[in-house]
Structures are given as C-alpha cells and as structure tokens.
Design a binder for this molecule. Structure first.
Ligand code: FAD
Ligand code: PYC
Length: 416
C-alpha cells in the first residue's frame, strides 16, 4: 500500500459516517393515524411493515418509548427454529420459518439468517421419548426434524461432552436442520427501513402513557409527545405488556421475568451449530464474530430490572462447562438481561380485546425472536381485518376462559 492509498483510507474512515443517508425518517407524530402500533421491537416493526405491504394501509405509526430494537429484540440470543409440539404452535412458527427463509430478499436487507441447525439435547429416557414424539409430530406438520443418537452426535459435535460418566449424560438429541440464528438488530433495522419506505412513521422516544376510550371503543393514545388519535391500536411491548394492559383497564395472564444472556471473548470458529439443553439449563452457539453466545432459563422472580441474579450466572456457566469442558478457560466478556412476558401455557397471546380497536400481541416469553416475521404477519392481518388469521385464531385471550391451552413448555427449549 503506498502513502496515497493510506491517506485515502484514513480520509474515508474519518468522513464516511457523515455521508450516510438515514435508513428511515424521524418524523414528528401526526394528530391522527389509521392505526398505531405501540412498541418498536421486531414484532411491532414487522406488524407495521406487513400492514402496509399486505393490507395496503399507509397511515400507520410505530411508537417506541426508547430506540427501536432496544428491548428484547436487541437482547436475545438469536435462535430460530420451528420444532413445536402442537399443531397450532408448529404451524405458526413454521409460517415464521418460511418468512425467515426469504426475509433478506423481501426486505432487501441482510438479516444474516444462518440455517446452521439446532440440537435440543436429551439426558434421560423420558427426554428421548419426548424428543421422538415431538419429531414425529413435527414431521406430520411438515416441519423438518431428526432424532440423533449419542454416537452420531459425538461425530457431528466433537467437543460436546457425551461421556456416560457425566452428571447428566447426553443420550441423544432432536435436530432441526433448517433452524439456526439471525442477526437480531439487523432484523429490527431491516423491518424499520422497509416499513418506512412504505410510508410508516417510526417515532422513537415516544412513550405511550395512557389510552383514551369511549363507549367501549379505542379513540387514541396519550404519549410523552402528546395525544394521538387512532381507531386501531396494536400493543406489542413484550415484558411491559402487563403495564400497558393495566393502563387500558385489562388484566392479562402474564408474568414478567428477567432472562439473561452472556457472550465470551471472540475465539476462532469451533462450534458451527446451536446446542440447547433444557435439562442442564444451558444453550450455546458461536456468532459470526467468534463470540460464544450463551443463555439459560429465566430468573425465577418477577421484575422489570434488565439485569438478573448471580445464581443464574453461576448455574448457566456450570451447565456450559458440563456440556463443553473445552470452553472452561474462555473468558466471558459481557452479560445482560431482558424482561420476558411469560404465559401459563408458554404460548403467545395474539388477540383482539373486549375494547373495540385494541389488540395485544404478547406472551412470547423466552422464545419470540424466532417468531418475529410470522408474528408480525398474523398480527397485521388481525389488526387490519379486526379478525384473527386462521394461524393465530387459537392464540386468542379466550383460551384462558375456555381452557383450550396449548402447552408448549416441553418445546420452549428454555425453562420458564
Ligand atoms: P421487544 O423487542 O422487547 O419490543 C417491545 C418494545 O416495546 C420495546 O422496544 C420497548 O421499549 C417498547 N415499549 C415498552 N413499553 C412501551 C410504551 N409504554 N410505549 C412505547 N413503547 C414501549 N427468542 C428466540 O426465539 N430465540 C432466542 O434465542 C431468544 N433468546 C432470548 C435471550 C434473552 C436474553 C431474552 C431477553 C429473550 C430471548 N428471546 C429469544 C425472546 C425474544 O427476544 C422476544 O420474545 C422477542 O424479541 C420479543 O420481541 P418484541 O418485538 O415483542 O419485543
Ligand atoms: O426459544 O429457542 C428458543 C430460545 C433459545 C434461547 C432463548 N429462547
């Protein structure tokens, strides 16, 4: 490299950030919208995008109290899979998987969806029976799945501790080859840019602090930037959903818990898939940058502090050491928490409410990132048509009255 190219490199490095175009506008709120989506996470942005793209709605706003993707969307460990047990859940998550498979092209934004496969380990005979049952059910629903025994697993993941002498010996796993990971904040940015291109107003630093209703119908929302009128309001606020429901005088069957994640220093590529164990409570993948991305079950107490307890940190690290003793000397770089909204049946609520024009999409708990495109797609249909799509009809609030729960604790992959 000669001295001219060094200068040019330095000049460009210093100046390029100034010439970038904004990826989306930063408008002031209008007085009225045809629909408002509260919450600028992946689900809220995807909802607005599909409302504009699939339902021709253009006068829409997404209101975000902080910055887009600053909630669980930017805090999760990016695992995507669709291997749920029951028909309703399998079909919903599989819809999402199909959207993931074309998402970068659809949004013209690289969301770095990497189908590197997901293993869910079994450590007992009962785990293996459950795995076999779930893989059979998945196949009947057109979802790919395979049962892998310990010998085969050891060949595919040489560093996994499959020793029969370990405390919870690995007996096998389910494997979904089409599962994998995606770049979480790219998902928020991709949906934001595409929605903005279709005319959606994305308004950050705009907190919803109340709802106005008259004669059982929604009229609009009170916000930190003033009152905004709208006949339709979709709330997609994950861990804060109970707070928003409370503002509307509703009580949802949700509990909010911290869920933690950890990343190590970057190391050379060593793990080319995702490994999850519900029994020892740990899961791990390696990011394209080289960090080990690690997590476990929820912190058991309720709260809104995005941190988590030391007990869980210790428990998670112990689990990862047991599964991958080779990582015992890798240094951890960062830890954080997000607030997840858990439902009694480990399934989401995507529903109309008793207030006309008010809709909730929440309760995704520890597992909603994988559902981002599918959730947005069905919620857009629900808000636009004031009726659920057949894919989300079973996820309405009335299931907590009828008792038609869809218990997906076994497939949740992360204890809650
Ligand atoms: P969020 O991204 O949280 O968006 C909600 C938004 O609402 C936030 O930006 C918030 O600021 C905003 N908001 C709240 N209150 C208001 C208000 N009053 N006014 C305006 N805006 C408001 N899922 C997976 O499938 N795979 C995983 O590997 C995975 N790992 C996880 C790891 C961790 C540590 C955590 C915390 C979660 C994980 N999840 C995972 C779950 C997943 O992250 C969530 O289910 C999903 O991201 C929820 O998306 P969302 O858009 O609904 O929520
Ligand atoms: O639902 O697959 C999942 C998941 C992985 C990590 C957190 N949730």
């Amino acid at each position: 490299m000669n001295k001219y190219s060094i200068f040019s490199l330095a000049r460009n490095a210093m100046s390029h950030h100034e010439k970038w175009q904004r990826a989306w506008r930063s408008p002031s709120p209008k007085k009225r919208y045809d629909a408002i989506i509260v919450g600028g996470g992946g689900h809220g942005l995807a909802t607005a995008y599909y409302m504009a793209k699939e339902h021709g709605m253009r006068n829409i706003a997404v209101l975000e109290k902080g910055w887009i993707g600053g909630g669980n969307t930017g805090r999760n460990t990016t695992i995507v899979r669709s291997n749920y047990l029951w028909d309703e859940a399998a079909q919903l998550y599989e819809k999402s998987m199909k959207l993931w498979e074309g998402l970068s092209q659809d949004l013209n934004y690289n969301v770095m969806f990497s189908q590197r496969g997901v293993y869910n380990l079994g450590h007992t005979l009962q785990d293996m029976r459950d795995i076999q049952r779930r893989v059979n059910a998945n196949r009947l629903n057109g979802v790919d799945g395979e049962v892998v025994d310990a010998a085969e697993l050891q060949k595919r993941i040489p560093h996994l501790n499959c020793s029969p002498d370990s405390r919870y010996p690995v007996l096998g796993a389910s494997f979904q080859a089409r599962g994998g990971t995606a770049r979480h904040d790219a998902v928020a940015w991709g949906f934001a840019r595409a929605a903005d291109n279709l005319g959606v107003d994305i308004i950050q630093n705009c907190e919803v602090i109340g709802f106005r209703r008259e004669n059982g119908e929604i009229q609009g929302v009170e916000t930190s930037q003033g009152y905004i009128e709208s006949p339709k309001v979709g709330v997609v606020t994950a861990g804060s959903s109970s707070v928003l429901a409370n503002m509307a005088g509703l009580r949802l069957p949700l509990e909010s818990h911290p869920l933690q994640a950890f990343v190590s220093e970057p190391i050379k590529p060593i793990l080319d898939t995702v490994v999850m164990s519900n029994a020892v409570h740990g899961y791990i993948s390696q990011s394209d940058k080289g960090d080990l991305v690690i997590g476990a079950g929820i912190d058991s107490y309720n709260g809104y502090g995005q941190r988590g307890s030391f007990t869980t940190i210790e428990h998670t690290m112990t689990a990862i050491m047991e599964l991958f003793p080779i990582f015992s000397r890798v240094r951890m770089n960062r830890q954080w928490g997000g607030i997840v909204d858990t439902c009694p049946d480990a399934c989401p609520i995507i529903s109309k409410t008793d207030i006309k024009g008010l809709y909730f999409n929440c309760g995704w708990g520890t597992g909603g990132f994988k559902a981002t495109p599918g959730s947005g797609w069905v919620f857009a249909h629900t808000v636009a048509n004031d009726n659920p799509h057949e894919l989300n009809a079973a996820f309405a609030l009335d299931r907590f009255i009828s008792g038609a729960l869809i218990d997906e604790h076994g497939a949740a992959g992360v204890a809650h």
